[in-house]
Design a protein around this ligand. Structure first.
Ligand SMILES: Cc1cc2nc3c(=O)[nH]c(=O)nc-3n(C[C@H](O)[C@H](O)[C@H](O)COP(=O)(O)OP(=O)(O)OC[C@H]3O[C@@H](n4cnc5c(N)ncnc54)[C@H](O)[C@@H]3O)c2cc1C
Length: 404
């Protein structure tokens, strides 16, 4: 077994930074090299669709640490440097141009990249929102008073629509599915989200796919499959992300819509772990493999992955707790905090436990065969955190209803 002297981290964002911090906090005193595809030191993404687009925060405020606070991590940050390949046998990450970056331990924290609409290439005014540079480009368009069309009413699209309305702009939100967030919420709640957008003056179109974008040089409209069109000068496409695993293909590492990991964040090769949006792992609490695209998961999984890396290939790893979080996500829209702890699936039973769906503030629980599986709140942060604790403790629906 090779002693761990040099750790390479691929991806200089939330999970990458938290992994480096955890390695140092846990006493690792070897070399740490971080490869970051973006030119920036790690910054926080949630404010991009909220405070940054709103024009309330400048770019610097999104930084996790000011540059001078990196000294204490005693690590080398190679920014603007993308990993292009992985030589598992030779224990090295390959860079474009052929440079080899050797490692004993490897943390994969390279996140996910936004899906793009086909046919949008070569049209100005069409954006995705994943990076700080994306956010600043969109903000520039909003400053000019653009008419905005958002394609995709997932959390990011919904937040962009809400922030743009907050700036008083003309906003259309276009969703192929029957309701916003239809992938993560049952239909009654999807309807509730639709009403939230409409109440705030967004023109919402659901259930009709986008046929294409039209314009000469610049985007002028979004054409829908039923022939109708939405005029816009700025189109923000929020149709999901794909894990950044292209550079790992052919390396021999098991990939399956993400880097496939075991219950302790170990990938399929010795000394390789993954964390954050790029990692798919077996969550023993849920009894399934999943990949989460949530801030809290990137933070917590980085800690677990660092612990796993330090445990090495000795028997010590078996004594680590499996990584078994309750999934958790929040979103801010129209001044309301929306939080989902655990999960909700279309067939789950729904119980309104606080307020009513007709209001802008309420909480609901989800259960499956009497088992509590999730909790959603609008403007009910403390209640959702209480239910999150109960989910972690494996409480039944009765216990949750009694605690409320
Ligand atoms: C606009 C926006 C708003 C969000 N709002 C919320 C929210 O309200 N609540 C919530 O829970 N979550 C939210 N999220 C999700 C949250 O930000 C992510 O879950 C989190 O950023 C994941 O962190 P990560 O480090 O795993 O990946 P990322 O943050 O995606 O970082 C991966 C990094 O790796 C780099 N990289 C990729 N490939 C390579 C390579 N080959 N070599 C080197 N570097 C590479 C990328 O450039 C990137 O910098 C939001 C995300 C966005 C984009």
């Amino acid at each position: 077994v090779t002693p761990l002297r040099r750790v390479v981290v691929v991806g200089a964002s939330l999970a990458g930074l938290r992994a480096v911090e955890a390695l140092r906090r846990r006493g690792f005193d070897g070399e740490v090299v971080v490869l970051g595809g973006e030119p920036h030191l790690p910054y926080d993404r949630p404010p991009l669709s909220k405070e940054v687009l709103a024009g309330k925060w400048d770019a610097e405020r999104t930084r996790f640490r000011p540059p001078e606070n990196y000294d204490e991590l005693d690590s080398e940050w190679r920014l603007g440097t993308r990993a292009a390949g992985l030589d598992l046998e030779g224990r090295a990450v390959l860079l474009q141009g052929g440079e080899r970056v050797p490692f004993d331990g490897l943390v994969l924290s390279c996140g996910a990249a936004p899906r793009r609409l086909r046919g949008a290439e070569g049209l100005d005014g069409v954006h995705v929102l994943r990076s700080l540079d994306d956010a600043l480009a969109i903000r520039g368009a909003l400053d000019g008073g653009a008419r905005v069309a958002v394609v995709g009413a997932g959390f990011i699209g919904a937040e962009v629509a809400a922030t743009c309305r907050g700036r008083g702009l003309d906003v259309s939100l276009i969703e192929t599915l029957p309701a916003p967030l239809a992938r993560v919420l049952p239909p009654a709640l999807g309807e509730r989200m639709a009403a939230l957008h409409r109440d705030h003056g967004v023109r919402l179109s659901c259930g009709v796919p986008v046929a294409g974008l039209e314009g000469r040089g610049r985007v002028e409209r979004v054409r829908l499959a039923d022939g109708s069109a939405v005029e816009a000068d700025c189109v923000v496409v929020g149709i999901g992300v794909v894990p950044e695993t292209g550079w790992l293909e052919g390396s021999g590492l098991a990939l399956e819509d993400g880097v496939l990991c075991d219950e302790r964040c170990a990938a399929s090769a010795p000394g390789v772990v993954a964390a954050g949006d790029v990692a798919r792992w077996r969550n023993p609490r849920l009894g399934e493999t999943l990949r989460l695209e949530h801030w809290t998961n990137a933070t917590e999984m980085a800690e677990a992955a660092a612990a796993r890396l330090l445990a090495g290939e000795s028997g010590a790893a078996a004594y680590l707790e499996p990584y078994a979080p309750v999934p958790y996500f929040w979103s801010d829209q129209y001044g309301v905090k929306i939080q989902l702890a655990g999960r909700a699936e279309p067939g789950d039973e729904m119980h309104v436990v606080d307020g009513s769906l007709a209001e802008e503030r309420f909480a609901v629980l989800f259960s499956r065969a009497g088992r509590l599986v999730g909790a959603l709140g609008l403007g009910r942060p403390r209640l959702v955190m209480r239910f999150k604790r109960l989910l972690r403790e494996g409480a039944s629906l009765e216990e949750a209803l009694a605690a409320e």
